[in-house]
Design a protein around this ligand. Structure first.
Ligand code: C2E
Ligand code: CA
Ligand code: CA
Length: 457
């Protein structure tokens, strides 16, 4: 589900001193985290405004009404200039739905108890107001004060118990720094979530390409398209950090489509240069697909349209999918992959060996390529078991008529051993980091130039 509120409003709000953020009785559509500044929480009492709390940097406000769907029970006013992070209601609702059922149950019970104390408190305060003209005012007032005190104590105890449960065996200092870290994490994720909605329009994405090298000829056989995000405020954001957020908020659908379109167009330009080399095989493009992109029927239609619009051969496009994608919904995966194969593209299993590693799917799905994860390649020279795993995986893939790409080759020795095992392709910093289109075009032109030179000799 899309966060329309996130699309429409700002992620942060800057407000000057003496601004009312919300008023008692208002319906709630968001909560706030205070980034800087001080906010007063007040209630109306006997015609006067009574400040009951002051909140500052790092505090959360307005969360109660969000969770239990009731009106605001206090007014929030800025006591200084403030900067707020906005958390929309639908965002919280979605998070609660996704939470572990036990946690969800706990949250529900805690909220009910929390509200119960509040309701009883309100009731007692109201009772106090109604009885002010009574003869026995003094007694009732004292009784009421005791009840208020008791309820306030109950409230504090409850808070303390919750905090103790959450922070068992930590010192106050540790709790404090954890609170800061969690706040920063929440703010960062929300910031990414908001900004992703406008990142394509704002042309903040760029594709980098990492060469995939034929280990026999040492020439570039293909490349993998890897997305880069230049965030206007945060600077470079790694795909490791934003792809999971894009998967969760659904922006992976338009982002994925953008990636496929760009990568196919770039492949055409690479092939224009690469075809001048002596190899009969055309250069290929590997494109990562996320599980979320397979939901709905759109993906296949979009891929077919993009391939039709680009003057490249479908067989030169390879889609990389993970084991997790296959195993999370094997039936859907089988149908989708069969349809993809009908387009004559090729399919690779990415990060092989790090997920479920259930070999059952190797003959169940139409897979052409196995990409052995960097974790094995990286430890291969020091760890005999890793070396055996890489060797065996390579043999296994070949006997199933698949080809093999080893990921994360960083040193010559790794390259040499992989060659010895008969591994087909290699990818890694040893050959090249992911580079811009211009740099890869230069690398390809250099291959053409050196080959021509060889021909002349
Ligand atoms: P991946 O698909 O496993 O991509 C390979 C990652 O390993 C890339 O990180 C690459 O820069 C890095 N790498 C390559 N060679 C080496 C090496 O020799 N040593 C080391 N230490 N690292 C190496 P990157 O570009 O940060 O991408 C991270 C992940 O983000 C990718 O892992 C992929 O899962 C995801 N991703 C990137 N672009 C896309 C995209 O367009 N769509 C989707 N769905 N996911 C993407
Ligand atoms: Ca990949
Ligand atoms: Ca990989």
């Amino acid at each position: 589900m899309r966060h329309d509120i996130m699309k429409q409003t700002e992620f942060k709000k800057k407000l000057p001193v003496n601004t009312v953020i919300f008023t008692e009785g208002d319906l709630a559509d968001c909560a706030y985290i205070i980034e800087t500044g001080v906010i007063g929480i007040s209630i109306q009492k006997d015609g006067n405004r009574l400040v009951i709390a002051e909140l500052r940097d790092g505090d959360l406000l307005g969360e109660m009404a969000l969770i239990d769907d009731q009106a605001r029970n206090a007014t929030a006013t800025t006591l200084s200039d403030v900067e707020l992070i906005i958390i929309p209601k639908e965002y919280i609702e979605k998070k609660i739905k996704q939470a572990d059922p036990t946690l969800r149950f706990f949250l529900q019970v805690i909220m009910e108890r929390y509200r119960d104390v509040h309701t009883r408190l309100k009731h007692v305060v109201k009772h106090l107001g109604n009885n002010q003209d009574h003869d026995d005012t003094r007694n009732i007032y004292n009784d009421t004060k005791d009840v208020v005190k008791m309820l306030a104590e109950e409230y504090v105890q409850m808070q303390e118990r919750i905090m103790a449960a959450l922070n068992s065996s930590s010192t106050e200092q540790e709790n404090h720094s954890r609170h800061d870290q969690e706040l920063k994490y929440t703010a960062d994720i929300l910031n990414l979530d908001y900004s992703l909605h406008s990142a394509i329009e704002n042309r903040e994405f760029e594709l980098y390409y990492q060469p995939i090298v034929d280990l026999t000829s040492d020439r570039i056989a293909g490349c993998e398209a890897l997305i880069r995000w230049h965030h206007p405020k945060l600077g470079f954001v790694s795909p490791i950090d934003f792809i999971p957020v894009a998967e969760e908020n659904g922006t992976i659908i338009p982002i994925g489509e953008w990636v496929i379109t760009e990568a196919c167009q770039a492949l055409y330009r690479f092939q224009q240069v690469a075809f001048q080399r002596r190899s009969e095989d055309n250069m290929y493009m590997s494109i990562n697909l996320s599980a979320r992109q397979f939901e709905g029927d759109d993906l296949l239609v979009k891929i077919e349209r993009i391939l039709n619009e680009t003057p490249i051969s479908n067989k030169d496009v390879k889609f990389e999918i993970t084991e997790t994608l296959l195993m999370s919904n094997p039936e859907l995966a089988a149908i989708s992959l069969d349809k993809l194969k009908k387009l004559d593209v090729s399919l690779a299993i990415d990060d092989f060996g790090t997920g479920y590693s259930s070999f059952s799917y190797l003959n169940r799905f139409p897979i052409d390529t196995l990409k052995i994860d960097r974790a094995f390649v990286h430890t291969m020279c020091e760890n005999e078991k890793s070396e055996t795993i890489v060797h065996s995986l390579s043999d296994l893939a070949h006997s199933l008529h698949m080809n093999v790409i080893a990921e994360g080759i960083e040193i010559e020795e790794e390259r040499d051993r992989l060659k010895k095992f008969g591994c087909d392709y290699g990818q890694g910093y040893y050959y090249s980091k992911p580079v811009t289109e211009d740099v890869l075009l230069t690398m390809l032109a250099e291959e053409v130039r050196t080959e021509n030179k060889l021909k002349v000799i």
